[in-house]
Design a protein around this ligand. Sequence first.
Ligand code: PCA
Length: 189
Amino acid sequence: MEPKTLLVTGFMPFGSEDRNPSWEAVDALPERIGAWKLCKLLLPVEFDRAAALAIRAAEACRADAVLSVGLAAGRTAVTPEYVGVNVRDASIPDNAGQKPAGEPIDPNGPAAFFSTLPVRAMTKAIQDAGVPAKLSYTAGTYVCNDLLYSLLKRFSGAAVRAAFVHIPLEQDLPLDRSIRALIAAIEAI
Ligand code: PCA
Protein backbone atom coordinates (compact mmCIF):
# COMPACT_ATOMS: atom_id res chain seq x y z
CA MET A 1 0.00 0.00 0.00
CA GLU A 2 1.24 3.49 -0.84
CA PRO A 3 2.19 5.33 2.37
CA LYS A 4 0.10 8.32 3.28
CA THR A 5 1.82 11.67 3.63
CA LEU A 6 1.90 13.50 6.94
CA LEU A 7 3.15 17.09 7.05
CA VAL A 8 4.80 17.65 10.45
CA THR A 9 5.71 21.20 11.41
CA GLY A 10 7.83 22.70 14.23
CA PHE A 11 8.61 26.29 15.21
CA MET A 12 11.63 28.57 15.36
CA PRO A 13 12.69 30.07 18.74
CA PHE A 14 10.62 33.01 20.00
CA GLY A 15 10.37 35.36 22.96
CA SER A 16 13.16 34.88 25.47
CA GLU A 17 13.98 31.30 24.39
CA ASP A 18 17.01 30.78 22.18
CA ARG A 19 15.93 27.26 21.21
CA ASN A 20 12.63 25.68 20.34
CA PRO A 21 12.41 21.94 21.07
CA SER A 22 9.37 21.65 18.79
CA TRP A 23 11.50 21.87 15.65
CA GLU A 24 14.37 19.90 17.20
CA ALA A 25 11.94 17.05 17.95
CA VAL A 26 10.30 17.17 14.51
CA ASP A 27 13.69 17.33 12.79
CA ALA A 28 14.78 14.17 14.65
CA LEU A 29 11.76 12.08 13.56
CA PRO A 30 12.39 9.25 11.10
CA GLU A 31 11.17 9.71 7.51
CA ARG A 32 8.67 6.87 7.88
CA ILE A 33 6.48 6.10 10.90
CA GLY A 34 3.98 3.26 10.57
CA ALA A 35 1.79 3.92 7.56
CA TRP A 36 3.05 7.50 7.22
CA LYS A 37 5.72 9.12 5.09
CA LEU A 38 6.75 12.38 6.74
CA CYS A 39 7.21 15.75 5.08
CA LYS A 40 8.70 18.31 7.54
CA LEU A 41 8.55 22.09 7.75
CA LEU A 42 10.15 24.66 10.08
CA LEU A 43 7.81 27.60 10.68
CA PRO A 44 8.45 31.20 11.78
CA VAL A 45 6.63 32.28 14.94
CA GLU A 46 4.46 34.80 13.10
CA PHE A 47 0.72 35.30 13.06
CA ASP A 48 -0.72 34.66 9.56
CA ARG A 49 2.60 33.73 7.97
CA ALA A 50 3.11 30.44 9.85
CA ALA A 51 -0.36 29.29 8.82
CA ALA A 52 0.05 30.43 5.21
CA LEU A 53 3.36 28.56 4.90
CA ALA A 54 1.94 25.39 6.48
CA ILE A 55 -1.12 25.41 4.21
CA ARG A 56 1.07 25.95 1.14
CA ALA A 57 3.36 23.07 2.19
CA ALA A 58 0.40 20.76 2.89
CA GLU A 59 -0.83 21.40 -0.64
CA ALA A 60 2.66 21.09 -2.17
CA CYS A 61 3.43 17.75 -0.53
CA ARG A 62 -0.17 16.55 -1.05
CA ALA A 63 -0.47 15.85 2.65
CA ASP A 64 -3.24 13.55 3.85
CA ALA A 65 -2.87 15.04 7.32
CA VAL A 66 -0.98 17.79 9.16
CA LEU A 67 0.48 17.50 12.65
CA SER A 68 1.89 20.75 14.01
CA VAL A 69 4.10 20.85 17.07
CA GLY A 70 4.92 23.80 19.33
CA LEU A 71 6.52 24.63 22.65
CA ALA A 72 4.36 25.28 25.71
CA ALA A 73 6.75 26.61 28.37
CA GLY A 74 5.46 25.77 31.83
CA ARG A 75 3.66 22.56 30.86
CA THR A 76 5.26 19.35 32.08
CA ALA A 77 3.33 16.89 29.90
CA VAL A 78 2.93 16.48 26.15
CA THR A 79 -0.46 17.97 25.32
CA PRO A 80 -2.42 17.18 22.16
CA GLU A 81 -4.84 20.05 21.57
CA TYR A 82 -8.58 19.40 21.31
CA VAL A 83 -9.63 22.75 19.83
CA GLY A 84 -8.45 25.88 18.02
CA VAL A 85 -10.27 29.12 18.88
CA ASN A 86 -10.90 32.24 16.79
CA VAL A 87 -8.82 34.59 18.96
CA ARG A 88 -5.46 36.33 18.73
CA ASP A 89 -4.34 37.70 22.08
CA ALA A 90 -0.57 37.91 22.44
CA SER A 91 1.30 38.64 25.65
CA ILE A 92 4.61 39.00 23.78
CA PRO A 93 5.24 40.17 20.19
CA ASP A 94 5.66 37.48 17.55
CA ASN A 95 8.92 37.30 15.59
CA ALA A 96 7.66 39.99 13.18
CA GLY A 97 6.76 42.36 16.04
CA GLN A 98 2.99 41.83 15.85
CA LYS A 99 1.16 41.80 19.17
CA PRO A 100 -2.58 41.48 18.52
CA ALA A 101 -4.80 42.14 21.54
CA GLY A 102 -8.10 40.29 21.57
CA GLU A 103 -8.77 40.14 17.83
CA PRO A 104 -10.49 37.42 15.84
CA ILE A 105 -8.31 35.36 13.49
CA ASP A 106 -11.18 35.49 10.99
CA PRO A 107 -13.99 38.01 11.71
CA ASN A 108 -16.36 35.84 9.66
CA GLY A 109 -15.18 32.48 10.98
CA PRO A 110 -16.79 30.27 13.61
CA ALA A 111 -15.67 30.61 17.25
CA ALA A 112 -13.74 27.35 17.14
CA PHE A 113 -12.81 24.22 15.22
CA PHE A 114 -12.17 20.83 16.77
CA SER A 115 -9.02 18.94 15.83
CA THR A 116 -9.74 16.37 13.13
CA LEU A 117 -7.04 13.85 14.10
CA PRO A 118 -7.83 11.43 16.98
CA VAL A 119 -6.36 13.50 19.83
CA ARG A 120 -7.79 11.30 22.59
CA ALA A 121 -6.21 8.17 21.10
CA MET A 122 -2.97 10.07 20.49
CA THR A 123 -2.86 11.15 24.16
CA LYS A 124 -3.42 7.56 25.31
CA ALA A 125 -0.73 6.26 22.95
CA ILE A 126 1.80 8.76 24.35
CA GLN A 127 0.94 7.69 27.91
CA ASP A 128 1.24 4.01 26.91
CA ALA A 129 4.73 4.81 25.55
CA GLY A 130 5.65 5.95 29.06
CA VAL A 131 5.70 9.70 28.44
CA PRO A 132 3.50 12.06 30.48
CA ALA A 133 0.61 13.31 28.34
CA LYS A 134 -2.67 15.09 28.89
CA LEU A 135 -5.38 16.17 26.51
CA SER A 136 -5.51 19.99 26.43
CA TYR A 137 -8.59 22.08 25.77
CA THR A 138 -6.71 25.28 24.99
CA ALA A 139 -3.82 25.85 22.62
CA GLY A 140 -3.61 29.41 23.98
CA THR A 141 -4.25 32.53 21.93
CA TYR A 142 -0.79 32.99 20.40
CA VAL A 143 0.78 31.73 17.15
CA CYS A 144 0.25 28.01 17.87
CA ASN A 145 -3.51 28.47 18.22
CA ASP A 146 -3.46 30.75 15.15
CA LEU A 147 -1.87 27.93 13.15
CA LEU A 148 -4.22 25.25 14.46
CA TYR A 149 -7.39 27.30 13.87
CA SER A 150 -6.22 28.33 10.39
CA LEU A 151 -5.35 24.76 9.34
CA LEU A 152 -8.67 23.41 10.60
CA LYS A 153 -10.57 26.21 8.85
CA ARG A 154 -8.70 25.75 5.57
CA PHE A 155 -9.25 21.98 5.53
CA SER A 156 -12.74 22.02 7.05
CA GLY A 157 -14.89 19.64 5.01
CA ALA A 158 -11.81 18.44 3.10
CA ALA A 159 -10.11 15.07 3.44
CA VAL A 160 -6.99 16.62 5.01
CA ARG A 161 -7.07 16.21 8.78
CA ALA A 162 -5.07 18.28 11.27
CA ALA A 163 -4.07 18.52 14.90
CA PHE A 164 -1.56 20.26 17.15
CA VAL A 165 0.66 18.92 19.92
CA HIS A 166 2.40 21.13 22.49
CA ILE A 167 5.60 19.81 24.08
CA PRO A 168 7.34 21.09 27.25
CA LEU A 169 10.66 22.89 27.58
CA GLU A 170 13.62 20.48 27.53
CA GLN A 171 14.32 21.25 31.20
CA ASP A 172 10.86 19.85 32.01
CA LEU A 173 10.88 16.92 29.57
CA PRO A 174 14.07 15.73 27.84
CA LEU A 175 13.99 16.01 24.07
CA ASP A 176 14.22 12.23 23.54
CA ARG A 177 10.99 11.81 25.55
CA SER A 178 9.22 14.39 23.37
CA ILE A 179 10.50 12.61 20.25
CA ARG A 180 9.21 9.28 21.62
CA ALA A 181 5.86 10.96 22.33
CA LEU A 182 5.53 12.28 18.78
CA ILE A 183 6.33 8.85 17.31
CA ALA A 184 3.68 7.25 19.53
CA ALA A 185 1.16 9.95 18.61
CA ILE A 186 1.81 9.48 14.88
CA GLU A 187 1.53 5.69 15.17
CA ALA A 188 -1.91 6.24 16.74
CA ILE A 189 -3.23 8.34 13.85
N1 PCA B 1 4.86 27.98 20.90
C1 PCA B 1 4.07 29.19 20.78
C2 PCA B 1 4.30 29.69 19.38
C3 PCA B 1 5.48 28.94 18.87
C4 PCA B 1 5.70 27.86 19.83
O1 PCA B 1 6.54 26.94 19.71
C5 PCA B 1 2.62 28.99 21.15
O2 PCA B 1 2.32 28.10 21.98
O3 PCA B 1 1.75 29.70 20.67
